[in-house]
Design a protein around this ligand. Structure first.
Ligand SMILES: [Zn+2]
Length: 176
């Protein structure tokens, strides 16, 4: 089972252009650079491989050990949006979701929370990342998105932001 996340309501453009070897290398370098700040040495996911997958559809997934980001996703999102997507998948890994029997919505919320904490820990602009992930949505649904209600997801993100802000003010370390 691959836990797939399509947090972007992107409809596939249908563009079938394949990345050549050079493009692939450039995308891999970009992916490594984006993921690096998330893989903090002191947490269990520090050595998680982040692989680029040749696929024109926009998707991110994990098999519980590796994060897969498609070339189609790389083309469609900004670096900051991609950071949150990767952090979300790392959450699925760290929290052992691959083997969990909890309801999918619960797992998605837990991964969102973990992901946002990871961004905050890394000193990244987690508030903007949330806006990018929840506002630039296409009205169309992919049919794969676990979150059918984006407004609900945005509201959940706001509660996590408040939680992070409270912990930061109290100088409590951000452990997802
Ligand atoms: Zn997910």
């Amino acid at each position: 089972m691959l836990m797939a996340l399509v947090l972007l309501g992107y409809v596939n453009s249908g563009c079938a252009s394949q990345a050549g070897p050079h493009q692939h290398k450039t995308m891999t370098a970009r992916l490594d650079k984006i993921a690096a700040p998330l893989l903090a040495k002191d947490i269990d996911i520090a050595n998680t491989p982040i692989f680029l997958k040749q696929d024109d559809r926009a998707n991110a997934s994990t098999d519980g050990q590796v994060v897969y980001i498609t070339t189609g996703l790389m083309r469609r999102v900004s670096d900051l949006a991609l950071t949150l997507i990767i952090a979300h998948e790392l959450g699925h890994i760290s929290l052992g979701h691959y083997w969990s029997e909890s309801p999918p919505n619960q797992l998605e919320q837990e991964a969102d929370r973990y992901g946002l904490f990871l961004l905050a820990r890394a000193g990244l602009d987690y508030r903007s990342a949330v806006l990018l992930s929840t506002s630039a949505q296409s009205p169309h649904k992919s049919g794969m998105a676990p979150f059918t209600d984006e407004a609900k997801r945005a509201a959940y993100f706001r509660t996590i932001i408040a939680e992070i802000e409270t912990l930061t003010v109290r100088e409590i370390s951000l452990i997802p």
